[in-house]
Design a protein around this ligand. Structure first.
Ligand code: SF4
Length: 403
C-alpha cells in the first residue's frame, strides 16, 4: 500500500453511501432546479451529480454534500512559525494536515498537486476527529492546523476536528485564503483559536485574473476576524511584477492600518516559480525588506519577511520599548524576552498574541506522521456532528494553503 495508511476507496461518483461523504447545511434551491452551494462566493450552481469548483463538495440526492469528511492528503508536525504564526504559542509544534481541492484557482499555487487535485486518491489517509486529536496529543503538539489546502471547503470536518482537539487542550488553527461567505464563516471560525489569512494582492484585477476570485470577499473576512477573539495574522506572497509595487503595498498597508489596526501581524513572503507561473522569477529578498519598510512606515507594529533568511525581518520587537523579544531566523527561535503570559521582560509591556508558558523548542523540523502509529484508523465510526440535513434549502512537502 506504500505510503497509503488505509485503503478508503476511490469513489468515482458522489454517493451518500460513501462513508466519507456527509450532508451539509450551506445551500439553497434555485427556481431552475439547480442547487446553489453557499459556502463561498464562487456560488456553484449544481445539477444532480455535479461537483463544485472545489471538487470536494457536490450535489447528490438533492442536497450539497462534502465528500472528504475524514479523508486527508497527509500529515506533518511543523513549527507554528511555518503557518506562519509568530504571535501564537511561539516555537511550538503543530500537527498540520490538508485534504484536496480548493475554491480558488491561483495560477501561482505552491501546493497545486493537492489543491488542484481532481483525483480522490490524493486523499489516501483516513483521519477522523478523535484519531487526529489523539495523535496531536501523543505527538506533543500544542495545536492542529488545517492547511496545505483551504479548510473553507471542508469546514464541517475542520470544525469537528477542532472540537475534539479542544477537549484535549489542543488549539485549532485555520490557514485560509478567506474566500468564504456568511454564515459558513462565522460557523467555521467559532471553532478556531487562530487564523492566518492570505491577502494575495490588493487589486481586484489580480484576484480576478490570477486567483479567479474577488478581493472584496477576502477583505470582509479579514475585518470579520479582526473583530473576533480568533488570533489573526495575515500573509501576502509578493510576486515580482504582479503585486509588489510600492503603490500597491502602500495602499494595502493604509487599508490594513485603518480596518484591522496596527497590531495584526503582517507577513510578506517570497514567491518561487510553480504551477502555471513558472515564467516569473523568485522574489528578491530586497523586495520583502522594501515591503516591510512601507508597512512599518504605515504604523504597523509587527511586520515580517518570510521564506528567506532575514533575522531582522523575522524578529518580534516590543511595541512599547522596541527591544527584541522573540528573535527568529526562518523558523528557529533565538533569544526570547517574553514572560509566560506575553509581557516584555525589558519594560513589562504586553506584546500582542497568544502565550501560555515558556516558548517551545521545535525548531525548523518537519516530521511526517503516520496516523496508524497513533491508534486505530479512523472511519465513519469516528464521525462527530457532521450534519445529516435532509430538508431543502435556506440554509484544501507543502506550503500553507497553496502559497
Ligand atoms: S465551497 Fe466549493 S462547491 Fe461551494 S461554492 Fe465554493 S467552490 Fe463551489
Amino acid at each position: 500500500m506504500g505510503s497509503t495508511e488505509v485503503d478508503i476507496g476511490q469513489p468515482d461518483r458522489l454517493s451518500l453511501a460513501d462513508p466519507y461523504t456527509v450532508s451539509t447545511e450551506y445551500w439553497h434551491e434555485l427556481p431552475d432546479g439547480r442547487i446553489q452551494c453557499d459556502v463561498c462566493p464562487r456560488a456553484c450552481r449544481l445539477r444532480e451529480g455535479q461537483r463544485g469548483l472545489c471538487f470536494v463538495r457536490g450535489r447528490v440526492d438533492d442536497r450539497i454534500v462534502l465528500a472528504s469528511y475524514g479523508r486527508s492528503s497527509g500529515f506533518c508536525v511543523d513549527p507554528i512559525e511555518k503557518k506562519p504564526l509568530n504571535h501564537f504559542l511561539p516555537g511550538s509544534p503543530v500537527l498540520s494536515f490538508g485534504t484536496a481541492g480548493c475554491n480558488l484557482a491561483c495560477r501561482f499555487c505552491q501546493n497545486w498537486d493537492i489543491s488542484k487535485s481532481r483525483e480522490i486518491d490524493t486523499l489516501t489517509s483516513a483521519a477522523g476527529p478523535e484519531t487526529l486529536a489523539r495523535a496531536a496529543e501523543q505527538l506533543g503538539c500544542r495545536s492542529i492546523a488545517f492547511t496545505y489546502n483551504d479548510p473553507t471547503i471542508f469546514l464541517e470536518y475542520a470544525m469537528d476536528v477542532a472540537d475534539a482537539c479542544r477537549e484535549r487542550g489542543i488549539r485549532a488553527v485555520a490557514v485560509s485564503a478567506g474566500y468564504v461567505n456568511e454564515p459558513a464563516r462565522a460557523d467555521l471560525y467559532a471553532h478556531m483559536d487562530a487564523a492566518n489569512i492570505d491577502l494575495k494582492a490588493f487589486t481586484d484585477e489580480f484576484y480576478r485574473k490570477v486567483a479567479f476570485g474577488r478581493l472584496g470577499a477576502v477583505l470582509e473576512t479579514l475585518e470579520y476576524l479582526a473583530s473576533t477573539d480568533v488570533w489573526l495574522e495575515v500573509t501576502t506572497l509578493l510576486i515580482p511584477g504582479h503585486n509588489d509595487s510600492d503603490a500597491e503595498i502602500a495602499e494595502q498597508c493604509a487599508w490594513y492600518a485603518e480596518h484591522l489596526g496596527d497590531r495584526v501581524p503582517l507577513h510578506f513572503t517570497a514567491f518561487h516559480p510553480d504551477f502555471k507561473m513558472t515564467d516569473v522569477p523568485r522574489t528578491p529578498p530586497e523586495t520583502l525588506r522594501r515591503a516591510r519598510r512601507i508597512a512599518l512606515d504605515h504604523g504597523l507594529k509587527y511586520v515580517y519577511t518570510g521564506n528567506v533568511h532575514d533575522a531582522d525581518g523575522q524578529t518580534t520587537r516590543c511595541p512599547s520599548c522596541g527591544e527584541p523579544v522573540v528573535e527568529r531566523d526562518w523558523y528557529v527561535l533565538g533569544e526570547y524576552g517574553l514572560s509566560d503570559d506575553g509581557h516584555c521582560v525589558h519594560c513589562g509591556a504586553s506584546v500582542d498574541g497568544v502565550y501560555d508558558g515558556p516558548p517551545g523548542s521545535w525548531g525548523s523540523r518537519r516530521r511526517p506522521v503516520r496516523l496508524v502509529e497513533h491508534g486505530a484508523p479512523a472511519g465513519p465510526h469516528d464521525r462527530r456532528t457532521a450534519p445529516a440535513r435532509t430538508d431543502t434549502g435556506n440554509a484544501a512537502a507543502a506550503t500553507e494553503s497553496g502559497r
